[in-house]
Design a binder for this molecule. Sequence first.
Ligand code: UDX
Length: 439
Amino acid sequence: MKITVIGSGYVGLVTGTCLAEVGNHVCCLDLDAKKIATLKQGGIPIFEPGLDDLVRRNVEAGRLTFTTDVAESVAFGEVQFIAVGTPPDEDGSADLQYVISAARNIGRHMTDYKVVVDKSTVPVGTADKVKAALADELAARGQTIPFSVVSNPEFLKEGAAIEDFMKPDRIVVGAEDERAIETMRRLYSPFQRNHERLFFMDVRSAELTKYAANAMLATRISFMNELANLAETLGADIELVRKGIGSDPRIGYHFLYPGTGYGGSCFPKDVKALISTGKENGHTLRVLEAVEDANEIQKHRLVEKVTRRFGEDLSGCRFAIWGLAFKPNTDDMREAASRVIMHELTSRGAEVVAFDPVAMEEAARVVGDNPRVRFAHDMMDALPGADALLIVTEWKMFRSPDFDLMKQALKTPTIFDGRNMYDPVWVRQQGFDYQAIGR
Ligand code: UDX
């Protein structure tokens, strides 16, 4: 099939590349000329394991092309994916200007039937707006070319996006006419594997499914974080409680890990947007408001522990940080707890020496000019002279460090572990003051 993907950001690039990998011809559009130039030369503007090889292979095979030319991209695909950004507005609702402008561009240039697919995470009702914008442009041209608008939310996790796309748990498609349903069935048939993974439904239900999934997962995390804080006070171990409840198949083990609060480009934004959709429609989503509150509090949790130990005024102290990205296997710093932690520590006068295997460049960019933040060459290099180590992201390389060397390097052998990476009994036996989350 011939497919156009509008927006070559994270979602667009992964979608386009994976669709090319199974044999389609895909044209990815972006208005950012620098980004398209980079992609044409085989460079990848984001960090995602495996994506660079896949892009290169499909570009070389002639199945994947990139352009900044709107008319060319509209003419190319029978299916037009809209995968542009939907940044939060000031009130938390999703800003749809890029989605609508993509729809208008399709309407301005199309000459034959198109299936327009909303892949961006957009509030319920957006497909109607896309339909109206596109129809409006057609009418202005005096044209009545048929088209369908479909909702097909993405459930990719950063760091596992290719696997998630190629081997999906489910593919949710909101489509209301036979022609669009048939096209989407054909498009996704290579990803079906051994049982039915395609769920067809009405457009509004598909749009809501995306928010419901992320809100449910965020709720589990906030719930566990609150329970972890309670467990600490009660003298219980949240890790044992987690295993104890996870073994109930109705609950399951996934997304029950307490930590420093959820971050990233989806959970914080989508929880806010769903609360805001609720408000606009006369519903207060009380559970989600609490989920958000609890998450904000959790991002301050490690620093609270630090000030309990070192006092409110941290001037003269130095802290090492391991892990800056909002989760492992990405350089993404959006809504990362490390940002709050670095800000809190340095505004109390402390110095920070941080290490992350991938995200330091991005971290330097978002931290900007803060003379109290330095970056280390490797994980051990962050420690010398530090009063304590804070672990914020659970990269694999932090799992089994040399505790003897750590003890020698740190000024006082103290670890604040925001990700419960180690066995507390064993680490304490090694002579550390070890403080984790909920145990
Ligand atoms: C998420 C959804 O998982 C994905 O389906 C959707 O398409 C986009 O949003 P992503 O943001 O890439 O994906 O990362 P995810 O692995 O879900 O983690 C989100 C945040 O929750 C991270 O900050 C992570 O550290 C945190 N988290 C996750 C926990 O604190 N505890 C957990 O048990 C799981």
